[in-house]
Design a protein around this ligand. Structure first.
Ligand code: F0G
Length: 483
């Protein structure tokens, strides 16, 4: 990885190892209009219009900046329904990067999860994982399965020095398998870069141990590699066994050890789409029929063919530490800056984005006040910045209809790769700092309209009183005529 030291060490900042050649103009509305837009969006940042957003930190999914070579590759896409050369090129890129023989395409990550759930989850069975992801759990429960989370306890502590907070608790995994009986376990899913607990990595050692436990018990092992790119950076930086391995060695080792690997190519590969790979033909045959049923013909599976070319190039670029280090080092810079202001952050910094501990940020609010959602609404009002609620609003209610409070109430500020400059990240930190100094003004939210499934996507909420107007008035008083 490129090592560039600044002459004045105190001025050292992360350095972009790329240059920007296409730009998009941004708009920052006055604070009064931001309040109005938040009302129109039902206090749900998913429902904001992008034209009203200054910094879109909702997600890094499908919104990373592509490379010149990715865009160039899209021009040579072989856009045919069946048997396209593009599919063969993607297969070759998967063989090169992961070393796998078989590939099934799907339109995005959750479509892979739908296929996995249809093929392997029977009603009454259990799926074990370090931590759930929203869409994964929704697909498993939809077909009658249940999810059990087995992340080690450090993973659920907002601040803990553990370098791999996403690791499985292996003794608990073994005990749960024994208690359930292996035949009732549909599969074990390892989520790289554990999304909902702050983009925290899983060690290679732990992944291999989980696979070993699965093999011993005759249970299917599945790796969700959507966030593998940042995870591999952390493996290289923190894990002795990875020191002398290349990124390609790590990817080959993982694909060789797991029964199935799948990923959202909106994340891994910097493009758009979904991929399931394996070296086990029988497993592929169990899933294959679902591709034409739900996705599209086997050589495109619902993906735009041009995106498949971009994935192929993006995967090869993932082998380059100069490329995959950019996300984690900029995220760490943002986390450190916020931490230095006293803002409660998930630490150590993970991948994907900076995660604010909304529960600790707003100690006067309880889970039932939806603090992470309230902080998300407040940050849009304070700075035109769109984050994503990753707390109770992102949970599913319990089968009896009672609220399921999340372990952590987080506001995620995703850092799409190569999209924002350092000054924009500094602006973000500045507005969060202002909000932190005025946190007493932030109040609760309540449901106005609550969908039954994946409610965080289009549910609407309301402030319990006029706290948002008061927040905007304080902004005006502090910032004068500034946007
Ligand atoms: N698995 C993980 C770990 C993810 O982070 C995501 C998506 C998916 C599966 C589903 O993939 O979106 O292509 O259908 N995460 C996005 C996010 C939505 O914003 O974190 P998808």
């Amino acid at each position: 990885m490129a090592n560039v030291k600044f002459y004045k060490p105190e001025e050292q900042v992360p350095l972009e190892l790329h240059k920007v050649r296409v730009v998009q103009k941004l708009f920052l509305l006055p604070v009064e209009e931001r309040v109005q837009k938040m009302v129109e969006a039902g206090n749900n940042t998913f429902l904001l219009q992008n034209k009203d957003v200054f910094m879109d930190m909702l997600t890094d999914s499908g919104v990373n900046a592509m490379s010149d070579n990715q865009i160039a590759s899209m021009m040579i896409a072989d856009d045919s329904y069946a048997g396209s050369e593009t599919c063969n090129r993607l297969l070759a890129a998967l063989e090169e990067t992961f070393g796998t023989k078989y590939f099934l395409p799907a339109h995005q990550g959750r479509a892979c999860e739908n296929i996995l759930a249809e093929a392997f989850v029977k009603p009454g069975t259990f799926t074990l994982m370090n931590y759930h992801f929203t869409t994964t759990k929704a697909h498993i429960t939809r077909v009658g399965g249940s999810v059990i989370e087995l992340v080690k306890s450090a993973g659920l502590e907002p601040v803990n020095d553990d370098p791999f907070k996403g690791d499985f608790d292996i003794p608990r995994l073994e005990q749960v398998i024994k208690d359930l009986d292996p035949k009732n376990v549909a599969f074990v899913r390892i989520e790289a870069g554990t999304n909902l607990i702050g983009g925290q990595p899983v060690s290679l050692q732990n992944m291999l141990e989980v696979a070993e436990v699965c093999k011993k018990n005759g249970i299917l092992s599945i790796l969700d590699a959507s966030l593998l790119q940042d995870n591999m950076y952390f493996m290289k930086m923190r894990e002795p066994m990875c020191k002398d391995m290349s990124i390609k060695d790590i990817m080959h080792k993982l694909a060789d050890t797991m029964d199935i690997v799948y990923f959202s190519a909106r994340k891994l590969g910097f493009a758009r789409g979904g991929v399931i790979i394996s070296n086990n033909e029988d497993l592929i045959l169990k899933m294959k029929e679902f591709v034409p049923l739900y996705e599209g013909f086997l050589t495109y599976g619902g993906m735009e063919v041009r995106s498949m070319e971009a994935i192929a190039v993006g995967l090869r670029e993932t082998l380059d530490m100069d490329i995959i280090s950019q996300g984690p080092i900029f995220i760490e810079h943002l986390v450190n800056e916020l931490d230095s202001y006293g803002v409660p952050m998930i630490k150590p910094a993970g991948g994907l984005g900076a995660h604010i501990n909304a529960g600790a940020f707003l100690p006067h609010l309880s889970h039932a006040d939806y603090p992470a959602a309230a902080l998300g609404a407040a940050l849009y009002i304070a700075g035109g910045i769109r984050g994503m609620e990753r707390g109770t609003m992102s949970e599913q209610r319990n089968p009896d209809g009672s609220e399921r409070y999340s372990e952590l109430e987080l506001l995620r500020l995703a850092v799409p790769r190569r999209v924002f400059t350092l000054s924009q990240l500094k602006y973000c930190a500045d507005r969060v700092k202002w909000l932190f100094d005025n946190r007493d003004l932030i109040g609760a939210l309540k449901w106005e309209n609550e969908p039954a499934v994946l409610r965080f996507f289009f549910g609407r909420m309301q402030p319990v009183d006029d706290w948002q107007l008061k927040l905007a008035q304080k902004f005006r008083a502090d910032f004068g005529d500034s946007l």
